[in-house]
Ligand binder design. Structure first.
Ligand code: SAM
Ligand code: DTB
Ligand code: SF4
Length: 332
């Protein structure tokens, strides 16, 4: 079994990232095959529960209020709407629902109470529930955990050095602090980044180093390819070459051997062959359903055809155990 390490150096990660592509894929695939369930792919479905109008200035994001992206701004969705969407996602093969809100941070108000009700309702459907709501305090993380949340997504997006170029309205340390709060509440951590923002390869390596040197590796690491959206400062960024995506996924797989590595945004621009390479390189999760948060994604049935061709199968929910729901938060 590959040893789990938390002391990777930049040189070591860089050497892995830059190794000849086929050697890199072979090594990552070998690490991946130590996992007896290597042919299983965890499927998450995304749902934007509060869309647009965000106060932050993330240069990639169509939901930042300050950019003219034409995104349909929506207030909080109803719990009934979330339940319907979750049922549809489950029927489509998803084991996890990830609810996203265009918030800078969670506030202790009625909207957060509603999110708590959504978490309970989706948990009742026997699906893993994930949220991505921006910054969180420790007590907010605990409240989500008590309601039955399974995972919290909070991406680093890029390296510490590159962070200010992409986002000025919060710091890299703010990000790390929230991840710490999520860990304190014993939730599982989903944290990764985006490639194609105009970062250097050294930035990618630095971000991977931060993730792999956390006291506990994130249980899932999404690797997103930038979806350039008109109206954002990064609208004219060139598409990332598939080889960069493969290198990121393979490197993540090698340095975080037991982590679920998610082939995330950007799949509509990838062929089946491109995606097959990513799975070979150790990706074992996707976002499925025809929409990410605001941008298109392949439809469930297309992905099921891809799974059929590649001999992959969806992973069932709660393979690694269920979250504890506190009696005070048990749904009525
Ligand atoms: N507002 C919360 C936050 O920023 O943490 C949660 C929602 S935010 C949309 C979640 C993540 O989506 C971001 O951290 C970023 O990694 C990803 N994302 C947003 N826009 C993207 C784009 N155009 N292309 C790729 N990934 C994107
Ligand atoms: C993640 O790493 N990628 C997802 C999810 N976590 C929240 C979001 C991708 C968003 C792509 C742009 C959009 O659809 O708005
Ligand atoms: Fe807001 Fe999140 Fe988009 Fe940044 S990534 S603008 S915080 S919704």
């Amino acid at each position: 079994m590959t040893e789990i390490r938390h002391n990777w150096t930049s040189e070591e990660i860089s050497e892995i990232y830059h190794s000849p592509l086929l050697d890199l894929i072979y090594r990552a695939a070998s690490v991946h095959r130590e996992n007896k369930d290597y042919a299983e792919v965890q499927i998450s479905s995304l749902l934007s529960i509060k869309t647009g109008g965000c106060s932050e200035d993330c240069a990639y994001c169509p939901q930042a209020a300050r950019y003219n992206t034409g995104v349909d701004v929506h207030a909080m969705m109803s719990v009934a709407h979330v339940t319907d969407a979750a049922k549809r996602a489950k029927d489509g093969g998803a084991s996890r629902l990830c609810m996203g809100a265009a918030w800078r941070e969670v506030r202790d108000n009625r909207d957060f109470d509603k999110v708590i009700d959504m978490v309970k309702a989706v948990n009742e459907l026997d699906m893993e529930v994930c949220c991505t709501l921006g910054m969180l305090t420790e007590s907010q993380a605990q409240r989500l955990a008590d309601a039955g949340l399974y995972a919290y997504n909070h991406n680093l997006d890029t390296s510490e050095d590159d962070y200010k170029r992409i986002i000025t309205t919060r710091t890299f340390d703010d990000r790390l602090k929230t991840i710490e709060n999520v860990r304190k509440a014993k939730l599982t951590v989903c944290s990764g980044g985006i490639i194609g923002l105009g970062e250097t390869v050294a930035d990618r390596i630095s971000m991977l180093r931060t993730l792999s040197n956390m006291p506990k590796h994130p249980e899932s690491v999404p690797v997103n390819a930038l979806v350039p959206v008109k109206g954002t400062p990064l609208e004219n960024q060139p598409r990332v070459p598939i080889w960069d995506m493969v290198r990121m996924i393979a490197t993540a797989r090698i340095i975080m051997p037991r982590t679920v590595v998610r082939l995330s945004a950007g799949r509509t621009e990838m062929s089946l062959t491109d995606q097959a390479l990513c799975f070979m390189a150790g990706a074992n999760s996707i976002f499925a359903g025809d929409k990410l948060l605001t941008t298109p994604n392949p439809a469930f049935n297309e992905d099921m055809q891809m799974f059929e061709i590649l001999g992959l199968k969806p992973r069932e929910a709660f393979k690694n155990g269920r979250p504890q729901v506190k009696s005070a938060e048990v749904p009525a």
